[in-house]
Design a binder for this molecule. Structure first.
Ligand code: FEO
Ligand code: CA
Ligand code: CA
Length: 666
């Protein structure tokens, strides 16, 4: 999501000073040796469901032994309003915003003027596709595509852009959020189509029931007038990154949830720390007709968001669960690794400036039997925050009530308060304040954990934390990718880390005073890494989210604001449209695999178990600075993926295949 709401990514104005030694910044460690053989089989995400990943991993290992993993030619930068993929590949659109998701008896067509009702939207694909997962029903031929819909653009959602505003408009905006479960099938000619209707088809929106589990379930701070139990929440919001668990469920992060709430007139310190500002809402305007989003009246309602949500797509009757043991944060997403003894380790980051990276280690082992057998797995365990030390070591600091500074006297009366106030707990523990941690990926071949740190234009600004070893660039507009290896196994409390790549255009980016940190490693320049995934062959896929809001004025490769100056609306600078790249973790080689249409970001990725079909999401094509499209000119910048001049730009999934039917990227 590229949004120009400063509070959401900048909610830590009183951040505790960085404890790290900038004098040692920038050194690179070479991490060698591997957990690869130990974790490769255990991490096979579909092993529980009997997928074909084992064979694919075998192929990947052989290929890795023979040299590089990347078997395609890098595509050039592009400013075209289309999706570009390498020669020999096909990219086709599947399930754009507004297409019926497949609920029986409710298959309303999309209306290109934005006039579908709230009831229509509640059974159509939501807006702004983000994280995604493919769950096989029949191997690589038929499955469930589960997807996040991160936010709504009212300028496109309504014929008048939301000028007329009432309960129906709020209901439609809420219905455009949440998750989709859509059955899809491969046709004889290789194309993929939705199965309509399907018994698995679901929309979960900002008003669907969710269960709360874990230590904060039922806590006094989780209780509201509508839910005195504190265990039943309506809705999920701002669902960003996603992953599949080894036991066959879907994890989704609730990211910028705070922006849906209207702040109280006099926010207290806790509310301020979480980004609530007096009377402010980010433009969704839900509080005007849905009182629970008015924090003055319902101060606990924001505590019921910011969790990692778990959904079992194979059980259409299941109620999704908010997992409080994983902590409350502006969660980008959550990614699972398994320890050698079968416990789940869940990595998550908080995409906000100067916020943190977390990991949860489950007490219990994963049981066979899918989601149903593991309904309480993520309720019991230990949550940690990461501290990256200047010597290339790192330590996981436990967020456990009563330990260290997390006492009642310090404002943490119990474990529920520790989890609800995870930011304050991490401040107290001295976790490392990062440059907006987005996706986290675990390499099933190399055994390392990767995180995208998308950018932080406030790093080193007056009154803000300065550079540190892990976040080494002031005014970090290009972002970077960092990786670590746990000491021994994924549950370890210590690790070793290094930078994988410092992003940015090498042609325009300045090195620091000591001549280091000059953009990415090769000609496949990119900036603002966001989506991240390692496929079963061990290829690291990197998706970018460059935006004028993030990169700020005066940056050579920033997209120009069409409302300012003499540059045209499609004028983008030296890095072109947002893209997806592939990297070989062993060699550091990076190639550009896909370039998206104008104004989009690329986010969300998965493959079929045979590796021969890839799913990638294109989010917010045609986005304008400020993120609110002009209803009078909805196609001013892009009409992708429509082949009609009046088609509103729409987020959609792109299905990528190789013409020869081969493994993607190989
Ligand atoms: Fe939803 Fe941080 O991107
Ligand atoms: Ca982003
Ligand atoms: Ca993102």
């Amino acid at each position: 999501m590229a949004k120009d709401f400063s509070t959401m990514e900048d909610s830590n104005p009183s951040a505790n000073p960085s404890i790290h030694d900038p004098a040692l910044q920038g050194r690179r460690h070479v991490l060698r040796g591997g957990l690869a053989s130990a974790v490769a089989g255990l991490l096979s995400p579909l092993a529980v469901q009997g997928g074909a990943l084992g064979a694919l991993l075998g192929a990947g290992s052989a290929q890795a032994a023979g040299g590089g993993k990347l078997g395609f030619q890098s595509v050039p930068l592009s400013e075209a309003d289309t999706v570009t993929v390498p020669e020999g590949y096909i990219a086709e659109v599947l399930q754009a915003w507004g297409e019926p998701v497949g609920v029986r008896g409710a298959l309303p067509d999309f209306r290109h003027d934005g006039s579908n009702s709230a009831a229509d939207q509640a059974v159509q694909m939501g807006m702004h596709h983000d994280g995604m997962g493919y769950f096989p029903l029949r191997g690589s031929q038929r499955g469930l595509l589960v997807m996040n819909h991160e936010y709504a653009d009212h300028g496109l959602l309504f014929p008048d852009g939301g000028a007329q505003w009432g309960p129906e408009q709020v209901a439609k905006s809420q219905a455009a959020h949440g998750l989709s479960v859509c059955e899809i099938a491969r046709q004889a000619d290789g194309r993929w189509l939705p199965v309509l209707p399907s018994p698995y088809a679901r929309r979960l929106t900002a008003s669907s029931p969710f269960r709360v589990q874990g230590p904060a379930a039922g806590h006094a701070w989780m209780q509201t007038a509508a839910d005195p139990s504190g265990r039943r929440v309506l809705g999920t919001l701002s669902n960003c990154a996603a992953s599949r668990t080894p036991w066959g469920t879907y994890l989704s992060g609730e990211e910028n949830f705070i922006g849906y709430f209207r702040g109280p007139n006099r926010p207290n310190a806790h509310q301020t720390r979480w980004g609530l500002r007096p009377g402010e809402q980010w433009g969704y305007r839900w509080a005007e007709h849905d009182e629970r989003f008015d924090v003055s009246s319902h101060p606990n309602e924001p505590h019921r968001f910011g969790w990692v949500v778990e959904l079992d797509p194979y059980d259409p009757s299941s109620t999704p669960i908010k997992r409080t043991a994983l902590g409350r944060a502006a969660h980008e997403g959550a990614t699972v690794a398994l320890t050698k003894d079968g416990r789940a380790v869940v990595y998550s980051g908080e995409d906000a400036r100067f916020e943190y990276i977390y990991k949860f280690v489950s007490r219990d082992r994963v049981k066979p039997g899918g989601g149903r057998a593991n309904r309480t797995l993520l309720d019991h365990g230990t949550l940690y925050v990461a501290r990256f030390d200047a010597d290339g070591r790192g330590r996981w600091l436990p967020l456990v009530h009563g330990q260290g500074p997390l006492t009642a006297a310090a404002g943490f009366a119990d474990q529920g308060q520790v989890l609800i106030q995870a930011r304050q707990a991490s401040d107290a523990l001295g976790g490392t304040k990062m440059d907006r941690p987005e996706w986290i990926a675990v390499d099933p071949v190399g055994g390392q954990v990767y995180v995208t740190l998308t950018n932080n234009s406030q790093r080193g600004a007056p009154g803000r934390p300065g550079v540190d070893a892990a976040n080494p660039r002031a005014n970090n507009v290009g972002g970077h990718i960092l990786r670590w290896r746990e000491d021994g196994d994924f549950h370890a409390e210590t690790f070793r880390w290094e930078h994988f790549v410092l992003a940015g255009d090498p042609a325009t980016e300045r090195a620091d005073a000591r001549g280091r940190m000059k953009g990415s490693r090769d000609a496949a320049a990119f900036a603002c890494p966001d989506g991240l995934w390692v496929d079963p062959r061990g290829v690291l896929w990197i998706q970018t989210d460059m935006s004028s809001a993030d990169m700020g004025p005066g940056v050579a490769f920033l997209k120009k604001d069409p409302t300012q100056g003499d540059l045209g609306p499609k004028e983008v600078a030296s890095l072109g449209n947002n893209a997806m790249l592939a990297a070989d973790p062993a060699t550091g080689e990076i190639r550009r695999f896909l370039v998206g249409p104008v104004g989009c970001e690329i986010t969300g990725i998965d493959m079929t178990p045979d590796g021969r079909t890839m799913f990638v999401n294109v989010q917010h094509p045609g986005e304008t600075p400020g993120d609110r499209s002009d209803p009078a000119k909805p196609t001013a910048f892009s009409s992708w993926p429509n082949h009609r001049s009046d088609g509103r730009p729409r987020s959609a999934t792109v299905v990528i295949r190789k013409r020869d039917g081969g493994v993607i990227g190989a």
